[in-house]
Write a protein that binds this ligand. Structure first.
Ligand SMILES: Nc1nc2c(c(=O)[nH]1)N[C@H]1C(S)=C(S)[C@@H](COP(=O)(O)O)O[C@H]1N2
Ligand SMILES: [Mo]
Length: 440
């Protein structure tokens, strides 16, 4: 078989100069032990980020459509999709806050983990057998998947879209590719991870300073973990250490904790919000009663005072009617403290006053079913949203006219915006022009 012959020749030949040679990699602390410690941390973090991410998919209400554009066709998970509840009102603020905060805090761990195993990328010969090829493809999906998910997530938080594809779609399907590879990797590596951590406990290693830091291959030889040739990631000709293992773990843990503190404030609010330096929305704020962060200003979507002059609301259901803002203000007004919780992870709770969606549904002769909300804003995927019957029926779901005792500002959606409990901010359509209630 020519393939076998080629592999045998590659094996016999010296690897080309550079990273394919084991002598290229000199760090004495790189190896399976460090990879296992970092792997254990990821084993705790990745499930939190994954589950909250999938919950976010459910919260966007894929079965309703129109909340993000690509929900037309059923996705992989749709058999399990349930209607997102409206209780507690901070539900999405909590799940998405966790998704984004833990996700960002995980970045240093992911980078350190990749550093700990990077010689494997240059393994020689690059392909040894069909099984080896399969292993490398699954690792490529794992590493590619994690980098893709983190990159798209972080760029989305920064409201930076250098690409042409839909973030929701790409991040969602990318997650499945990554999760498949991740679960396989865990299944294969878990025994090694447990063995490494049992042989050398983290707590013991934390007592070892730089002077006493010994190269990985010596320790492995000693504990009998190395019977044949050392695993690829272990340096065969290590340099003397410039950082101890505990130093590296402290650096990774410290940066992870710093990111946690600098991010969590945007979800937690209070004094911590000032620490949320990484939140891109810290800056844009209104004034007076409307002094809280603005996701998209009126100007950024082409809405000015002229566009809302003479505004009326179009209601449609079993009948059609048009309401002025004064007519809406003459209806029973209700006030609730409710959060806006964005997919980007930030949240802000304010006191909203307006008309119940259920009252509007009754007025239009809706059958207690879902409603389609359309904004004055013409373009963009957030110019409309679909709310479930549960969302419409909740007493706290409002077409808000006022916030914190004053009229809404133009930036916060004047003349009227939707506010619903527990749903992603994308459902809280601003500058509402019409609401169409389903009649069957
Ligand atoms: N018409 C319209 N409504 C909108 C949006 C938008 O871009 N256009 N953004 C939505 C998103 S994604 C969020 S998180 C909230 C943010 O509300 P805020 O701009 O008052 O902070 O408004 C929602 N309503
Ligand atoms: Mo949002």
């Amino acid at each position: 078989m020519p393939g076998r012959v080629l592999v045998a020749k590659l094996r016999a030949a010296r690897p080309p100069p550079g990273p394919a040679r084991r002598s290229f990699w000199r760090s004495p602390i790189r190896g399976p032990w460090l990879a296992s410690v970092l792997g254990a941390a990821l084993l705790a973090a990745i499930p939190i980020v994954s589950i909250t991410g999938l919950l976010s998919y459910v919260a966007y209400s894929p079965q309703l459509g129109d909340n993000g554009r690509f929900w037309g066709e059923p996705g992989l998970l749709d058999a399990f999709v349930f209607t997102w509840p409206t209780n507690p009102s901070w539900l999405y603020a909590a799940t998405q806050g966790l998704h984004v905060t833990i996700g960002i805090a995980t970045v240093p761990i992911v980078l350190a983990k990749l550093w700990a195993v990077i010689p494997k990328l240059f393994e020689w010969p690059p392909l040894r057998s069909p099984a080896h090829a399969l292993e490398r493809v699954s690792l490529a999906l794992l590493v590619g998947g994690v980098l893709f998910e983190f990159a798209t997530g972080i760029l989305n938080i920064q409201i930076y879209y250098p690409w042409q594809f839909s973030f929701l779609e790409a991040h969602y399907y990318g997650a499945w590719v990554f999760l498949g590879a991740f679960m396989m990797h865990v299944a294969v590596k878990l025994p090694l991870l447990r063995e490494q951590l049992r042989r050398r406990r983290v707590i013991d290693e934390l007592l070892v300073d730089l002077q006493s830091t010994r190269p990985e291959h010596e320790l492995h030889a000693e504990t009998g973990a190395l019977t044949t040739e050392p695993p690829t990631a272990i340096a065969t000709q290590p340099a003397s250490p410039t950082i101890s293992r505990r130093g590296l773990l402290a650096m990774v843990g410290g940066s992870s904790f710093a990111l946690l503190v600098l991010t969590a404030g945007q979800s937690l609010g209070g004094p911590l919000r000032r620490l949320a330096l990484l939140a891109p929305h810290g800056g844009a704020e209104g004034s007076g009663a409307n002094a809280f962060q603005i996701n998209k200003t009126a100007a950024s979507v082409g809405i000015d005072a002229g566009a809302v002059a003479g505004w009326t609301l179009e209601l449609a259901g079993a009948r059609k009617l048009t309401l002025t803002r004064d007519a809406l203000l003459a209806m029973p007004q209700h006030t609730y403290d409710l959060p806006i919780a964005c997919v980007e992870g930030w949240t802000t709770t304010q006191r909203w006053t307006g008309v119940r969606l259920s009252d509007l549904a009754r007025l239009a002769g809706g059958a207690g079913e879902q409603v389609e909300v359309q904004s004055l804003q013409r373009a963009g995927s957030f110019a409309h949203a679909t709310l479930s019957r549960e969302a419409v029926a909740d007493d706290r779901s409002l077409l808000a006219l006022r916030v914190n005792g004053a009229d809404l500002s133009l930036d916060h959606g004047f003349p009227a915006r939707v506010i619903v409990p527990a749903l992603p901010g994308v459902h809280c359509t601003k500058w509402v022009r019409s609401m169409t209630f389903a009649t069957s």
